[in-house]
Design a protein around this ligand. Structure first.
Ligand code: GTR
Length: 326
């Protein structure tokens, strides 16, 4: 009798599954480079849950984590063409497309994560979100990306001199290439997914990132020195393809936008917890963390980066307003 019961249960389950799947009239495909469980991935899932509930299951969100849809630069392109509907990426790879994202990718532009929150939660953040639209994207929300610091496999970086001549991977944006040159290092821009083996094989000496990425990518296994110089606080962004957006009714657009907004505080909570968990894991693995570092020389070296990249009146004004925000 038992197998029959099991078969009946399986049949029922598959009918239930089919009903749920059929109920989604629209499935929004969302890309993320990070693995399942990472705060950005979970935040978009949370947003999707809200959207599904509020549209009675008509609109669903499917998150493709672990770069299943490609590396960030490629997915940004595919999002423009509506091949990918939603995309959670760093602002860095957007620098060459949306000029305004450059200001929040500048080294030491934010005094702290709190300062970044104040700026991105206010009118400047709204302005930057709106700036995506003429380029084929609808900016929905900003997520946290902590502070980025240097790690490498060669030696502990205790001062700016230790960076001289080092080969350091950066995100694919000219700002970061110039940042490394200003610090006397050699920048190697490359996709995130290639960094682990590049460090392992010695193509590069190291890279830079926040605690959760340093840990979840496994980079800490191949780069044993982490220096908390915190040169970048780059917010992350959730965008939607304008093509996919235009297919939604104004009411559904409002639901998506609101759900994205509501995912932000959830994301921040998850981020704080993950930062701590990642730090614990990295420390337990024996990585040497350099905390006593004089940031002044790093900051002073960035003048040339600002001179080169903050050229238009629009960007100058944004930088001045960010600096004037508490
Ligand atoms: C992470 C960020 C990713 C990606 C990655 C990188 O901190 O969350 O979106 O930009 O850094 O360095 O490429």
């Amino acid at each position: 009798m038992k197998p029959v019961k099991t078969l009946a249960a399986a049949l029922l389950a598959s009918v239930a599954f089919a009903t749920t799947a059929m109920a989604c009239e629209i499935t929004l495909r969302s890309s993320d480079t990070h693995p399942d469980g990472y705060p950005t991935v979970e935040a978009v899932k949370y947003m999707g849950k809200l959207v599904e509930e509020r549209t009675d299951g008509r609109i669903c969100v499917e998150v493709f984590h672990s770069a299943q849809l490609g590396e960030e630069k490629d997915t940004i392109e595919q999002t423009k063409f509506g091949v990918i509907d939603l995309n959670r990426v760093s602002m860095g790879p957007f620098n060459n497309l949306v000029e305004e994202t450059k200001v929040v990718s500048l080294p030491y532009i934010f005094k702290s994560v709190e300062h970044m929150h104040h700026v991105m939660d206010g009118p400047i953040g709204d302005e930057i979100l709106a700036a995506f639209e003429p380029h084929g994207y609808v900016g929905l929300a900003f997520y946290d990306g902590g502070s980025r610091s240097f790690y490498n496999k060669v030696k502990p970086i205790k001062s700016i001199d230790d960076l001289k001549g080092m080969k350091v991977r950066v995100m694919q944006s000219d700002i970061f290439v110039d940042m490394m040159s200003a610090l006397g290092a050699n920048a190697t821009p490359m996709p995130y997914g290639e960094v682990y083996s590049a460090i392992q094989t010695g193509v590069i000496d190291g890279a830079e990132n926040n605690w959760p990425s340093f840990e979840s990518s496994g980079h800490y296994e191949v780069a044993g020195y982490y220096t908390l110089d915190e040169h970048l606080i780059v917010p992350e962004v959730l965008v939607m393809s304008k093509i996919s957006w235009d297919k939604l009714s104004p009411e559904d657009q409002a639901t998506v936008r609101q759900a994205a907004r509501e995912s932000v505080p959830e994301m921040r909570k998850m981020w704080v917890a993950r930062e701590k968990a990642s730090e614990d894991k990295v420390l337990a693995a024996g990585v040497e963390v350099i905390t006593q570092i004089d940031k002044e020389p790093f900051m002073a070296a960035m003048d040339s980066v600002y001179e080169k990249h903050v050229t238009s009146d629009k960007l100058k004004d944004l930088v001045a307003r960010i600096r004037a925000t508490d």
